[in-house]
Design a protein around this ligand. Structure first.
Ligand SMILES: Nc1ncnc2c1ncn2[C@@H]1O[C@H](COP(=O)(O)OP(=O)(O)O)[C@@H](O)[C@H]1O
Ligand SMILES: [Mg+2]
Length: 369
């Protein structure tokens, strides 16, 4: 099988490429800066260095928030034919803390209360009601540099004026007291494969600033692992890092990272995270390809180990996974149905029964006949 890693060529990405070479027949390293997407009606073309991108079985897209639109477009164009661990929308959601918090909220995942106001005046009224200290942060990730700490109304208000003068959007957030410690968990599939605690340096509240090399391995409890995995699922990524604050009200998710650096966590935990990622990509790609071939659904379901599933022909007997009041269907269902975000579906629901069918106009129906 043929795979590619699209990235800016960081050391972490190189480690992943190297680990993947043990599993895939070919692994190409693709420089994100040389990619472009041409979008036409019902047709997408991805060019690499001006030439059409080769066909792959698996593509893992990595890169900073500057490339989120490009990576979303590439994933949108290719995800039906290629296994890609990060879904298209995840590139937009995961790189924006507001959108992330909306998804976490939907999935009932604990997080610090986050506020958004329509104007500086409205935000100042909010500031009057908040208990201090508070956090103000830019929606887009900046490795801690867009996170500000205000210990009183006066300091928050003056920071807010400065942000307004710069037209810089921001979120207000409840401060979670952790003694300057945060937790980073690496999620691969439905598992936390490594976790470390980072401690803020003296006089600093943000644990990820100047934290280089100060991470310590930590064994997370089952609840924290569960919310980390749920956070990854809620934004639509199979691989990523989740930042967690373990405060007085229990663990809370503050951020997801689609393209985490692996050096710090590998050094701190001595866990070969790149190897975990490579092995997972290979397994998922194999499943993705097999699920694509009809008639082989049974073996794939068995391999997937779908929760207590018994397979009869194409009938799948399984318990249902709920996220709050929403039903999350097993991934195999997506692979078999080829349902995707682009199309529209007709959903018929009645007590005890659910039918979902790709929506087609009367004209399209006639054509089928
Ligand atoms: N609500 C909060 N309460 C306390 N500390 C916070 C809060 N939000 C962020 N921090 C601190 O700031 C650091 C950076 O925040 P984060 O939201 O992960 O942004 P980014 O890593 O993108 O800069 C965290 O690792 C944590 O130490
Ligand atoms: Mg962070």
């Amino acid at each position: 099988m043929k795979a590619a890693v699209i990235s800016m060529g960081s050391i972490s990405s190189k480690w992943i490429v190297k680990a993947m070479k043990k599993y895939f027949g070919q692994v190409d390293s693709i420089n994100i800066r040389n990619l472009e997407v041409n979008i036409e009606s019902k047709k997408y073309q991805i060019l690499y260095g001006g030439e059409p991108l080769e066909d792959y079985d698996c593509i893992y897209c990595r890169g900073s928030f500057r490339y989120s639109d490009l990576l979303r477009s590439i994933t949108h164009a290719l995800c039906e034919k290629v296994y890609m661990p990060i879904s298209g929308p995840a590139f937009t959601i995961g790189h924006d803390k507001l959108l992330t918090h909306l998804k976490l909220g939907d999935a009932k995942i604990p997080m610090p209360t986050t506020y958004l106001a329509s104007s500086t005046d409205a935000a100042k009224k909010l500031l009057k009601k908040m208990s201090y200290p508070i956090i103000m942060k830019f929606p887009q990730g900046t490795h801690g540099k867009g996170v500000m700490f205000a210990d009183s109304y006066d300091s928050a208000s003056s920071m807010m004026d400065a942000l307004a003068a710069l037209n810089q959007p921001f979120l207000l957030q409840e401060y979670v007291e952790t003694g300057g410690v945060d937790t980073r968990a690496i999620v691969v599939g439905n598992k936390v494969v490594a976790a470390m605690q980072r401690r803020a340096v003296q006089g600093e509240k943000r644990a990820n600033i100047h934290a280089g090399g100060k991470g310590e391995p930590v064994e997370l409890d089952a609840h924290t692992k569960k919310i980390a995995v749920e956070a990854a699922i809620s934004v639509g990524m199979d691989i990523g890092a989740i930042d967690i604050l373990d405060g007085p009200r229990g663990p809370m998710i503050i951020e997801v990272n689609l393209s985490p650096g692996l050096q710090g966590i590998t050094k701190a935990t001595k866990i070969d995270v790149a190897e975990h990622i490579a092995k997972f990509l290979y397994k998922k790609t194999k499943e993705f390809k097999e699920a694509g071939k009809s008639g082989e659904a049974e073996s794939v379901m068995k391999e997937l180990g779908v929760a207590k599933a018994e397979v009869e022909g194409k009938q799948l007997i399984s318990s249902l996974d709920f996220r709050g009041n929403r039903i999350l269907l097993p991934e195999i269902v997506t692979n078999i149905t080829k349902f995707n975000e682009k199309d529209e579906y007709s959903i018929k629901a009645e007590k005890g029964k659910l039918e979902i069918e790709k929506f087609s106009t009367p004209e399209e129906q006639k054509k089928k006949k």
